[in-house]
Design a protein around this ligand. Structure first.
Ligand code: SF4
Length: 327
Protein backbone atom coordinates (compact mmCIF):
# COMPACT_ATOMS: atom_id res chain seq x y z
CA UNK A 1 0.00 0.00 0.00
CA UNK A 2 1.28 3.46 -0.87
CA UNK A 3 2.18 5.74 2.04
CA UNK A 4 -0.25 8.57 2.76
CA UNK A 5 -0.50 11.52 5.13
CA UNK A 6 -3.09 11.69 7.89
CA UNK A 7 -4.65 14.62 9.79
CA UNK A 8 -7.35 14.62 12.46
CA UNK A 9 -9.63 17.63 11.88
CA UNK A 10 -11.50 19.25 14.79
CA UNK A 11 -14.42 20.93 13.06
CA UNK A 12 -16.29 20.50 9.76
CA UNK A 13 -14.91 23.83 8.51
CA UNK A 14 -11.37 22.80 9.42
CA UNK A 15 -11.77 19.44 7.66
CA UNK A 16 -12.93 21.15 4.48
CA UNK A 17 -10.13 23.71 4.72
CA UNK A 18 -7.43 21.04 5.17
CA UNK A 19 -8.77 18.92 2.32
CA UNK A 20 -8.90 21.94 -0.01
CA UNK A 21 -5.32 22.90 0.87
CA UNK A 22 -3.80 19.39 0.63
CA UNK A 23 -3.15 17.79 -2.72
CA UNK A 24 -4.64 14.30 -3.13
CA UNK A 25 -6.69 14.52 0.10
CA UNK A 26 -9.94 12.81 0.90
CA UNK A 27 -12.04 12.33 4.04
CA UNK A 28 -12.10 9.18 6.16
CA UNK A 29 -14.38 8.10 9.01
CA UNK A 30 -14.59 4.31 9.47
CA UNK A 31 -12.46 3.62 6.40
CA UNK A 32 -13.99 0.16 5.90
CA UNK A 33 -14.31 0.61 2.12
CA UNK A 34 -11.76 3.36 1.49
CA UNK A 35 -8.77 1.52 2.94
CA UNK A 36 -9.61 -1.64 0.97
CA UNK A 37 -9.76 0.43 -2.22
CA UNK A 38 -6.42 2.06 -1.43
CA UNK A 39 -4.80 -1.26 -0.51
CA UNK A 40 -6.02 -2.84 -3.75
CA UNK A 41 -4.88 0.15 -5.82
CA UNK A 42 -8.40 0.93 -7.08
CA UNK A 43 -8.14 4.39 -5.47
CA UNK A 44 -5.05 6.47 -4.77
CA UNK A 45 -5.07 9.20 -2.09
CA UNK A 46 -2.02 11.01 -0.76
CA UNK A 47 -3.68 12.28 2.41
CA UNK A 48 -6.62 11.31 4.62
CA UNK A 49 -8.52 13.85 6.71
CA UNK A 50 -10.10 12.08 9.69
CA UNK A 51 -13.66 13.37 10.31
CA UNK A 52 -14.44 11.44 13.50
CA UNK A 53 -13.86 14.38 15.87
CA UNK A 54 -16.03 16.95 14.05
CA UNK A 55 -19.20 16.47 16.10
CA UNK A 56 -21.13 15.24 13.05
CA UNK A 57 -22.19 11.88 14.49
CA UNK A 58 -25.30 10.88 16.37
CA UNK A 59 -29.00 10.37 15.76
CA UNK A 60 -31.51 13.14 16.55
CA UNK A 61 -35.22 13.54 16.15
CA UNK A 62 -36.53 16.98 15.33
CA UNK A 63 -40.03 18.07 14.49
CA UNK A 64 -41.04 16.00 11.51
CA UNK A 65 -37.66 14.47 10.71
CA UNK A 66 -34.88 12.11 11.65
CA UNK A 67 -31.40 13.61 11.49
CA UNK A 68 -28.48 11.18 11.11
CA UNK A 69 -24.92 12.49 11.42
CA UNK A 70 -22.51 11.44 8.70
CA UNK A 71 -20.04 10.05 11.24
CA UNK A 72 -22.70 8.01 13.09
CA UNK A 73 -21.90 4.30 12.94
CA UNK A 74 -24.17 1.88 11.10
CA UNK A 75 -24.83 -0.12 14.26
CA UNK A 76 -25.77 2.94 16.28
CA UNK A 77 -28.42 3.97 13.72
CA UNK A 78 -29.71 0.45 13.09
CA UNK A 79 -30.22 -0.26 16.79
CA UNK A 80 -31.70 3.10 17.81
CA UNK A 81 -35.15 2.29 19.30
CA UNK A 82 -36.91 5.16 17.54
CA UNK A 83 -35.30 4.36 14.21
CA UNK A 84 -36.50 0.78 14.60
CA UNK A 85 -40.01 1.95 15.47
CA UNK A 86 -40.48 4.93 13.15
CA UNK A 87 -38.19 4.00 10.23
CA UNK A 88 -37.97 0.19 10.24
CA UNK A 89 -36.78 0.11 6.62
CA UNK A 90 -33.63 2.01 7.63
CA UNK A 91 -32.85 -0.28 10.52
CA UNK A 92 -33.49 -3.39 8.43
CA UNK A 93 -31.38 -2.14 5.52
CA UNK A 94 -28.46 -1.43 7.84
CA UNK A 95 -28.76 -4.74 9.68
CA UNK A 96 -28.81 -6.56 6.33
CA UNK A 97 -25.56 -4.84 5.36
CA UNK A 98 -22.01 -6.06 5.90
CA UNK A 99 -21.08 -7.89 9.13
CA UNK A 100 -21.48 -6.90 12.81
CA UNK A 101 -17.78 -5.97 12.89
CA UNK A 102 -18.08 -3.69 9.86
CA UNK A 103 -21.33 -2.14 11.17
CA UNK A 104 -19.51 -1.20 14.38
CA UNK A 105 -16.88 0.65 12.39
CA UNK A 106 -18.47 1.95 9.20
CA UNK A 107 -19.98 5.44 9.16
CA UNK A 108 -23.16 6.59 7.46
CA UNK A 109 -21.41 9.04 5.12
CA UNK A 110 -18.94 6.40 3.97
CA UNK A 111 -21.73 3.90 3.50
CA UNK A 112 -23.42 6.28 1.06
CA UNK A 113 -20.16 6.80 -0.84
CA UNK A 114 -18.99 3.18 -0.96
CA UNK A 115 -17.86 2.17 -4.43
CA UNK A 116 -19.32 -0.51 -6.65
CA UNK A 117 -18.43 -4.14 -6.10
CA UNK A 118 -17.83 -4.68 -9.83
CA UNK A 119 -14.79 -6.97 -9.86
CA UNK A 120 -13.23 -5.19 -12.84
CA UNK A 121 -13.41 -1.88 -11.00
CA UNK A 122 -11.66 -3.32 -7.95
CA UNK A 123 -8.91 -4.94 -9.99
CA UNK A 124 -6.43 -2.29 -11.18
CA UNK A 125 -5.19 -4.80 -13.79
CA UNK A 126 -8.55 -4.67 -15.63
CA UNK A 127 -9.89 -2.04 -17.96
CA UNK A 128 -12.71 -0.03 -16.38
CA UNK A 129 -14.27 3.24 -17.51
CA UNK A 130 -15.17 4.13 -13.94
CA UNK A 131 -11.55 3.89 -12.80
CA UNK A 132 -9.76 4.89 -16.01
CA UNK A 133 -12.09 6.84 -18.33
CA UNK A 134 -12.02 5.59 -21.89
CA UNK A 135 -10.41 2.23 -21.04
CA UNK A 136 -13.60 0.23 -21.68
CA UNK A 137 -16.16 -1.78 -19.78
CA UNK A 138 -15.36 -5.51 -19.77
CA UNK A 139 -18.44 -6.23 -17.67
CA UNK A 140 -20.79 -5.64 -20.60
CA UNK A 141 -19.67 -8.83 -22.31
CA UNK A 142 -17.92 -10.42 -19.34
CA UNK A 143 -18.91 -11.36 -15.82
CA UNK A 144 -22.07 -9.36 -15.13
CA UNK A 145 -24.24 -11.47 -12.83
CA UNK A 146 -24.16 -8.79 -10.11
CA UNK A 147 -24.57 -5.85 -12.45
CA UNK A 148 -27.46 -3.49 -13.11
CA UNK A 149 -30.36 -4.10 -15.47
CA UNK A 150 -31.66 -0.54 -15.14
CA UNK A 151 -29.92 2.78 -15.72
CA UNK A 152 -26.82 1.39 -17.42
CA UNK A 153 -25.04 2.75 -20.46
CA UNK A 154 -22.56 1.38 -22.97
CA UNK A 155 -19.88 2.84 -20.70
CA UNK A 156 -20.84 1.24 -17.37
CA UNK A 157 -23.44 -1.13 -15.90
CA UNK A 158 -22.14 -1.30 -12.33
CA UNK A 159 -24.78 -1.67 -9.61
CA UNK A 160 -24.77 0.77 -6.73
CA UNK A 161 -24.05 -1.31 -3.60
CA UNK A 162 -25.43 0.62 -0.59
CA UNK A 163 -28.54 -0.89 1.06
CA UNK A 164 -28.88 2.25 3.16
CA UNK A 165 -28.98 4.43 0.04
CA UNK A 166 -31.87 2.34 -1.29
CA UNK A 167 -33.85 2.77 1.94
CA UNK A 168 -33.12 6.52 2.08
CA UNK A 169 -34.21 6.86 -1.54
CA UNK A 170 -37.58 5.30 -0.75
CA UNK A 171 -37.99 7.76 2.15
CA UNK A 172 -37.07 10.94 0.22
CA UNK A 173 -34.06 11.76 2.39
CA UNK A 174 -31.91 14.85 1.92
CA UNK A 175 -28.10 14.78 1.99
CA UNK A 176 -26.42 17.80 3.59
CA UNK A 177 -23.00 18.85 2.36
CA UNK A 178 -20.30 21.29 3.38
CA UNK A 179 -17.65 22.35 0.90
CA UNK A 180 -15.30 25.20 0.03
CA UNK A 181 -18.29 27.18 -1.30
CA UNK A 182 -20.41 26.60 1.82
CA UNK A 183 -23.36 24.41 2.79
CA UNK A 184 -26.01 22.94 0.55
CA UNK A 185 -28.66 20.23 0.66
CA UNK A 186 -29.29 17.71 -2.13
CA UNK A 187 -32.41 15.52 -2.32
CA UNK A 188 -31.25 11.93 -2.50
CA UNK A 189 -33.13 11.51 -5.79
CA UNK A 190 -30.57 13.94 -7.28
CA UNK A 191 -27.57 12.75 -5.28
CA UNK A 192 -26.65 9.64 -7.27
CA UNK A 193 -25.95 10.07 -10.98
CA UNK A 194 -26.56 7.72 -13.87
CA UNK A 195 -23.27 6.61 -15.49
CA UNK A 196 -24.02 7.92 -18.99
CA UNK A 197 -20.68 8.61 -20.69
CA UNK A 198 -18.98 9.65 -17.43
CA UNK A 199 -19.24 6.72 -14.99
CA UNK A 200 -16.35 8.20 -13.01
CA UNK A 201 -18.87 10.74 -11.65
CA UNK A 202 -21.12 8.85 -9.25
CA UNK A 203 -22.70 11.59 -7.16
CA UNK A 204 -23.65 15.26 -7.35
CA UNK A 205 -20.93 16.12 -4.80
CA UNK A 206 -18.49 18.82 -5.85
CA UNK A 207 -14.73 18.58 -5.26
CA UNK A 208 -13.85 18.99 -1.60
CA UNK A 209 -17.39 18.54 -0.25
CA UNK A 210 -18.05 16.57 2.91
CA UNK A 211 -21.34 14.87 3.82
CA UNK A 212 -22.34 16.27 7.22
CA UNK A 213 -25.74 14.66 7.80
CA UNK A 214 -28.80 13.05 6.27
CA UNK A 215 -32.35 14.19 7.06
CA UNK A 216 -35.30 11.85 6.66
CA UNK A 217 -38.91 13.07 6.83
CA UNK A 218 -41.20 11.31 9.31
CA UNK A 219 -44.31 9.95 7.60
CA UNK A 220 -46.96 7.38 8.35
CA UNK A 221 -45.62 5.31 5.44
CA UNK A 222 -42.07 5.37 6.87
CA UNK A 223 -43.39 3.86 10.09
CA UNK A 224 -44.83 0.97 8.09
CA UNK A 225 -41.85 0.06 5.98
CA UNK A 226 -39.70 -2.95 5.14
CA UNK A 227 -36.40 -3.83 3.51
CA UNK A 228 -36.19 -7.13 1.68
CA UNK A 229 -32.73 -8.16 0.57
CA UNK A 230 -32.06 -11.21 -1.56
CA UNK A 231 -28.41 -12.28 -1.61
CA UNK A 232 -26.23 -15.31 -2.22
CA UNK A 233 -25.56 -15.96 1.47
CA UNK A 234 -27.21 -14.83 4.68
CA UNK A 235 -24.59 -12.36 5.92
CA UNK A 236 -21.76 -10.12 4.77
CA UNK A 237 -23.03 -10.11 1.21
CA UNK A 238 -24.29 -7.51 -1.24
CA UNK A 239 -27.79 -7.54 -2.68
CA UNK A 240 -28.57 -9.51 -5.79
CA UNK A 241 -31.92 -7.74 -5.60
CA UNK A 242 -33.44 -5.66 -2.81
CA UNK A 243 -36.62 -3.67 -2.22
CA UNK A 244 -37.26 -0.83 0.23
CA UNK A 245 -40.99 -0.25 0.63
CA UNK A 246 -43.07 2.16 2.71
CA UNK A 247 -46.83 1.88 2.64
CA UNK A 248 -49.92 3.65 3.95
CA UNK A 249 -53.30 2.11 3.25
CA UNK A 250 -56.92 2.81 4.07
CA UNK A 251 -58.66 -0.50 4.24
CA UNK A 252 -57.23 -2.33 1.25
CA UNK A 253 -56.65 0.82 -0.76
CA UNK A 254 -53.12 2.20 -1.17
CA UNK A 255 -52.98 5.83 -0.04
CA UNK A 256 -49.23 6.27 -0.16
CA UNK A 257 -46.43 4.01 -1.31
CA UNK A 258 -42.69 4.63 -1.69
CA UNK A 259 -40.49 2.06 -3.38
CA UNK A 260 -36.80 1.84 -4.18
CA UNK A 261 -34.75 -1.05 -5.46
CA UNK A 262 -31.18 -2.23 -4.98
CA UNK A 263 -28.99 -4.62 -6.99
CA UNK A 264 -30.83 -3.78 -10.21
CA UNK A 265 -29.89 -0.14 -10.84
CA UNK A 266 -26.74 1.85 -11.49
CA UNK A 267 -28.06 4.08 -8.73
CA UNK A 268 -30.60 3.33 -5.98
CA UNK A 269 -33.53 2.74 -8.28
CA UNK A 270 -36.76 4.65 -7.83
CA UNK A 271 -39.36 4.93 -10.57
CA UNK A 272 -42.42 6.94 -9.58
CA UNK A 273 -44.40 5.23 -12.35
CA UNK A 274 -44.27 2.05 -10.29
CA UNK A 275 -45.75 3.88 -7.30
CA UNK A 276 -48.40 5.52 -9.50
CA UNK A 277 -49.44 2.04 -10.67
CA UNK A 278 -50.33 1.26 -7.04
CA UNK A 279 -51.47 4.56 -5.51
CA UNK A 280 -55.25 4.81 -5.10
CA UNK A 281 -55.71 1.14 -6.06
CA UNK A 282 -56.53 -1.93 -4.05
CA UNK A 283 -53.52 -4.06 -3.17
CA UNK A 284 -54.30 -7.10 -5.29
CA UNK A 285 -52.19 -9.62 -7.16
CA UNK A 286 -53.22 -7.92 -10.38
CA UNK A 287 -52.21 -4.37 -9.37
CA UNK A 288 -48.91 -5.54 -7.91
CA UNK A 289 -48.15 -7.55 -11.07
CA UNK A 290 -48.87 -4.46 -13.16
CA UNK A 291 -46.53 -2.38 -10.97
CA UNK A 292 -43.84 -5.03 -11.46
CA UNK A 293 -44.28 -4.85 -15.23
CA UNK A 294 -43.85 -1.08 -15.10
CA UNK A 295 -40.70 -1.50 -13.03
CA UNK A 296 -38.89 -3.69 -15.56
CA UNK A 297 -40.32 -2.13 -18.71
CA UNK A 298 -37.01 -0.42 -19.52
CA UNK A 299 -34.75 -3.17 -18.15
CA UNK A 300 -31.70 -4.08 -20.22
CA UNK A 301 -30.44 -7.40 -18.88
CA UNK A 302 -27.10 -8.81 -20.01
CA UNK A 303 -26.06 -12.41 -20.45
CA UNK A 304 -25.42 -13.12 -16.78
CA UNK A 305 -28.14 -11.12 -15.03
CA UNK A 306 -31.39 -11.72 -16.93
CA UNK A 307 -32.78 -13.58 -13.92
CA UNK A 308 -33.04 -10.26 -12.06
CA UNK A 309 -36.01 -9.19 -14.19
CA UNK A 310 -38.27 -11.84 -12.69
CA UNK A 311 -36.56 -11.83 -9.30
CA UNK A 312 -37.15 -8.12 -8.67
CA UNK A 313 -40.84 -8.45 -9.62
CA UNK A 314 -41.23 -11.30 -7.17
CA UNK A 315 -39.36 -9.37 -4.49
CA UNK A 316 -41.75 -6.45 -4.95
CA UNK A 317 -44.74 -8.75 -4.59
CA UNK A 318 -43.25 -10.39 -1.52
CA UNK A 319 -42.48 -7.13 0.32
CA UNK A 320 -45.93 -5.66 -0.42
CA UNK A 321 -47.57 -8.86 0.71
CA UNK A 322 -45.57 -8.67 3.92
CA UNK A 323 -46.59 -5.04 4.50
CA UNK A 324 -50.17 -5.01 3.32
CA UNK A 325 -51.32 -8.47 2.35
CA UNK A 326 -51.69 -8.88 -1.43
CA UNK A 327 -54.98 -10.61 -2.29
FE1 SF4 B 1 -15.97 -0.45 -14.72
FE2 SF4 B 1 -18.57 0.05 -14.63
FE3 SF4 B 1 -17.67 -1.55 -16.47
FE4 SF4 B 1 -17.59 -2.33 -13.92
S1 SF4 B 1 -19.43 -1.98 -15.11
S2 SF4 B 1 -15.96 -2.57 -15.48
S3 SF4 B 1 -17.26 -0.39 -12.90
S4 SF4 B 1 -17.14 0.61 -16.26
Amino acid sequence: MRAFGYTVARSPAEAVRIAAATSGATFVAGGTDLLNLMRDGAEVHDHLVDVNALGIGGVDFESGRLRVGAAARMREVAEHPRVRREFPVLSEALLASASPQVRNMAAIGGNLLQRTRCGYFRDPGSACNKRVPGSGCPAITGHNRGHAILGGSEHCIAAQPSDLAVALTALDATVHLLGPAGERAVPIADFYLLPGSTPIRETAMRPGELITRVDVPRTAAAARSRYLKLRDRATFEFAVVSVAAALRTRGRRVEDVRLAFGGVGTRPWRDVRVEEALRGRRLTGRTVAEAGRVLVRDARPREGNGFKVELVRRALESVLDDLGGVR
